[in-house]
Design a protein around this ligand. Structure first.
Ligand SMILES: [Zn+2]
Ligand SMILES: [Zn+2]
Length: 382
């Protein structure tokens, strides 16, 4: 038989009041004694005794079978070394992307590899009936957001609509039925840790019953069945920093899916799509660019032209003899990021050639050409 998910959390030795080093014979002895004591026939109407009897029977079903006991011991060793559902509760180590990965633990028999594969693979689904008392980090979520050019430049506070795990609206995420309170964990006495014998050492481990929370929910919320989360549509406020670029992926910590049974929320990743602007384009992280048409005479003789910026216009000098494509830099008129110096405005001049000339204008240009004796193609040597 394959190991059960419950094995990660249930301390069957503790249930029978035994050490893990105990003999098979002592397990049978302890079971017989406790089963007699808590048997429903001897405790008619006592719900607590009935619950205890069920626990004892479940413990015996595993520990009383040497093959199952061996597998259970293996699972418990992994729990003690920090592998198991509780290990993900803090969000450490695995991070986004562990869903769907398979792990080969080389145990040959398929037992542990199967159960761990199942646990990791099941990360994206609901609890599937396992004891939902181990805090689990919420899922990382990804969403897309369209931004106006100027909102991306200045930064903006907006909201994104998501359908995801959110704190249960009935129990507000506690997992306990409203009107009830979680009880102190009997296994660890509320400390969240237990002492485990490892050879000559006794080391402190996260309590497997309460997964370190120190308390257990005895009356799970009827709406979320103790998970503390429900799937629903929610609006998440996001603060977009000044200067985000098209395609940028912004991480918003702890605004992803709600954690289960007290676990932290996952992160939210927002991929921004930035719209275009009729005048400005982006250049690098914090520079803006604009193309400014100038006339032939402005380009030839030099001029002062007014150029729009993100705020008040600036006057920019067109140098004498400016050619199309020449770019000048207006310092500090680019994007002001939340940290650091503002970028620059890159002003690119575009010399506009008249499309149509009347006879008089044509004569004037020809008269000018007469006076100019430069040959821009002399270097071509033809
Ligand atoms: Zn609930
Ligand atoms: Zn505990």
């Amino acid at each position: 038989m394959a190991p059960e998910r419950e094995w990660f959390e249930k301390d069957y030795y503790g249930v029978l009041g035994l050490e893990s080093s105990t003999t098979d014979k002592d397990i049978q002895k302890a079971y017989r004694k406790l089963a007699k004591e808590f048997h429903p026939d001897a405790n008619a109407g006592d719900a607590k005794a009935e619950e205890r009897f069920k626990e004892i029977s479940a413990a015996h079903a595993v520990l009383g079978d040497p093959a199952k006991r061996k597998e259970y011991d293996e699972v418990r060793r992994m729990v003690a070394s920090g592998v198991g559902p509780g290990a993900f509760g803090g969000g450490g180590g695995f991070g986004p992307g562990f869903e769907g990965m398979t792990f080969d633990f080389g145990d040959g028999g398929g037992g542990l590899g199967d159960i761990l594969g199942g646990l990791f693979g099941g990360g994206g689904r609901r609890g599937r009936g396992r004891q939902a008392n181990a805090p689990q980090r919420g899922h990382d979520l990804e969403t897309e957001l369209r931004l106006d050019f100027l909102d991306a430049v200045h930064g903006v506070e907006t909201s994104v609509a998501l359908t995801s795990d959110a704190p249960c609206s009935k129990c507000h995420g506690s997992g306990a039925e409203p009107g009830t309170v979680p009880e102190r964990c009997a296994t660890c006495g509320g400390s969240g840790a237990i002492a485990v014998d490892q050879g000559p050492f006794s080391v402190s481990q996260v309590c497997p019953t309460c997964a370190g929370r120190g308390q257990v929910v005895t009356s799970p919320c009827s709406s979320c069945r103790g998970a503390g989360v429900e799937r629903r549509k929610r609006n998440v406020k996001v603060r977009i920093p000044a200067g985000v670029r098209d395609g940028q992926r912004i991480r918003i910590a702890r605004r992803g899916g709600a954690g289960r049974t007290g676990g932290p929320a996952g992160d939210l990743y927002v991929i921004v799509h930035v719209g275009s602007h009729p005048l400005f384009t982006r250049s690098g992280a914090r520079d803006l660019a604009i193309t400014v048409p100038v006339t032939f005479s402005e380009a030839a003789l030099g001029a002062q032209v007014k150029v729009p910026t993100l705020d008040a216009p600036v006057t920019v000098k067109v140098p004498v003899g400016t050619e199309s494509g020449k770019t000048v830099r207006v310092r500090g008129r680019g994007i002001q990021p939340s940290k650091g110096d503002a970028g620059d405005l890159l002003v690119k001049f575009d010399v506009v050639v008249p499309k149509k000339l009347n006879a008089e204008q044509r004569a004037a240009v020809e008269a000018l050409v007469e006076k100019l004796d430069d040959d821009p193609r002399s270097h071509l040597g033809v």
